[in-house]
Write a protein that binds this ligand. Structure first.
Ligand code: GDD
Ligand code: MG
Length: 397
């Protein structure tokens, strides 16, 4: 793969936020011995290097009642060396959707001879293992069942990736229409990890286009939710540095990945607030404004890449109410950050009112935040889960 070099980077305390890097070539040819003429502006990542990172990566797919055909396409797009971890919150009523997902995955693993794990979010073993590890954050009020939410699915996926001793974890939604796009996202993750200078690193995908179909296809670039969340997050940073910035272009990036070292020290907001909260938490913990609790990590620094994929992003459309909810949750995390200034708060309320996601006089709710997985007793979680791992495996012996 060939991508643009990091040409512009903003520093916020110990965090390096790289501006968008475009993918130039999906396949960059054979390994070359000679120095590359384009080296000043372009990075070429060799196939072998990409494979090296894929081997160390788990791809977590959160899924809830998606069309089976989409799921089937998504798994076929995940590069072979990656471990697939599916965390499902699909219905288990008369039509047991989870069973269908498991069947599909098992058939895929049988014919491709690859390893994958599939777990239901409401599996009592998970709840028990979490309770045993002291991680009740993910459980509902009764403490017996895991809460609903994509974010909760992601965190379970991360814990399972840790159990499988992976060094990197990437997230891919199950409602992606194009397997080729999924394939590219994972290549971008590997690419970002390979050029990172820090072991604490994150890659967030920016889509070149997110087309809308209304009669004919329109290759739209920005959705309203991402545009607004980016604007408010940038406003929060600008107010702190005194220099207006537009560096954040991936506040809502569902498709993103991180080194496990970084992923396990991040808190995770519930539901769809999760992606903006990751950036907010990094700014709070390592932005240099508030005291840093983790000096070791601050010393290494944190590196964030925003990589623009070539494939357009096509996924299921869920309607205005869903988008309003997503906007409200995402902006709630910015609004309630201890870094958020009065002007940014006003901007958030104004945007939410304009997009009818909030009523006059209301303020966005404070998100539920799950503590960083590093705070829990991971051995205790792993011990119980390890006993059941065979039953979660999709490749039968
Ligand atoms: N395990 C699990 N549990 N998965 C879930 C749950 C849940 O409770 N709810 C949703 N999912 C799965 C969906 O099946 C899908 O694969 C993925 O999580 C994303 O959910 P969508 O409902 O499709 O979200 P979206 O497409 O509107 O938004 C996506 O893109 C945004 C950026 O544009 C999400 O990834 C957002 O988090 C992201 O901000
Ligand atoms: Mg979606």
């Amino acid at each position: 793969m060939r991508i643009e070099k990091q040409r512009y980077t903003e520093r916020f305390g110990s965090i390096k936020i790289n501006d968008v890097q475009k993918v130039l070539e999906l396949d960059s040819g054979r390994w070359a011995d000679l120095p590359l003429k384009e080296e000043i502006a372009v990075v070429k990542i060799e196939e072998d290097v990409i494979k090296h990172f894929e081997e160390k990566m788990a791809i977590v797919i959160p899924i809830k009642n998606e069309k089976l055909k989409l799921f089937e396409g998504v798994i076929s797009g995940v590069p072979h060396e990656c471990l697939i971890i599916v965390i499902s919150n699909s219905e288990r009523k008369e039509a047991d959707r989870f069973n269908m997902e498991r069947d599909t995955l098992e058939q895929f693993c049988h014919f491709t001879q690859r390893q994958a794990l599939i777990i239901h979010q409401k599996d009592p073993v998970i709840a028990q293992a979490l309770a045993q590890a002291g991680y009740t954050d993910l459980l509902n009020k009764g403490g017996k069942v895991v809460r609903d939410g994509k974010s909760e699915g992601m965190v379970i996926g991360l814990l399972v990736a840790m159990l499988a001793q992976k060094e990197y974890v990437g997230f891919v939604d199950a409602d992606n229409y194009f397997p080729g796009a999924v394939w590219e996202y994972v290549k971008c993750y590997a690419t970002g990890f390979s050029i990172s200078q820090s072991p604490y690193t994150m890659v967030r995908i920016l889509w070149r286009y997110k087309p809308k179909v209304s009669g004919e296809i329109y290759f739209r670039k920005w959705g309203r939710v991402s545009e607004t969340t980016n604007k408010c997050l940038n406003s929060l940073i600008s107010a702190k540095t005194g220099f207006e910035t537009d560096i954040i272009k991936t506040a809502n990036a569902g498709e993103h990945a991180a080194s496990v070292k970084l992923a396990k020290i991040l808190p995770y907001a519930s539901g769809y607030a999760v992606e903006p909260q990751e950036l907010i938490s990094l700014c709070e913990d390592f932005g240099g404004v508030l005291p840093t609790t983790n000096q070791k990590v601050a010393k290494y620094g944190i590196e964030i890449f925003q990589i623009e994929s070539r494939n357009p992003h096509f996924h299921e459309e869920r309607g205005t109410v869903h988008l309003q909810e997503m906007l409200l949750q995402g902006l709630g995390t910015v609004y309630h950050s201890s870094l958020c200034d009065e002007e940014t708060k006003q901007m958030i309320v104004k945007e939410l009112l304009a997009q009818r996601a909030l009523k006059r006089g209301e303020e966005p709710a404070k998100p539920h935040i799950n503590r960083p997985p590093s705070k829990i007793n991971i051995n205790s979680f792993s011990n119980l889960m390890a006993e059941h791992l065979d039953s979660y495996s999709a490749l039968k012996k």
